[in-house]
Design a protein around this ligand. Structure first.
Ligand code: FES
Length: 131
């Protein structure tokens, strides 16, 4: 964990992610209700709630290509930069959290997760509860 980064608000230090290559993602299953998945896209880090808004499936088990994570269950896609979805079968986006990366490590700002996606992020969790 990045001890030198003081938590502000509701945040969590997830350690050094300098080894996370562009196009890779890493799951932190113990954060929040469903865990978070941190993705590196074009050099920057983005964090999403690790839970498809369609039917509660971990997005970290899916595929990450371009700026989008594809759900492994039915193929809904989510933009890692803002959590918005690309269309059905998802009805809405997922929570997207601000990420701060420094030489001391990476901090995910969980209190930024309420940020609305363009399609109106709503309640936490998928529409169909499967886990
Ligand atoms: S559970 Fe993700 S698309 Fe259905």
């Amino acid at each position: 964990m990045a001890d030198d980064i003081p938590p502000t608000g509701d945040s969590i230090a997830v350690g050094d992610l300098s080894d996370l290559a562009d196009g890779d993602m890493r799951c932190f299953p113990d954060v929040g209700d469903y865990g978070i998945v941190v993705c590196r896209y074009q050099g920057s880090l983005y964090a999403l709630e690790d839970n498809c808004s369609h039917a509660d499936t971990p997005l970290s088990e899916g595929r990450f290509r371009g700026a989008k994570v594809t759900c492994p269950l039915h193929g809904a896609q989510f933009d890692v930069r803002d959590g918005t979805h690309s269309g059905p079968p998802a009805f809405e986006g997922v929570a997207c959290y601000q990420v701060v990366e420094s030489s001391d490590g990476v901090v995910v700002m969980l209190d930024s997760g309420g940020k609305e996606s363009s399609d109106g992020f709503g309640e936490i969790g998928g529409r169909f509860r499967t886990r």
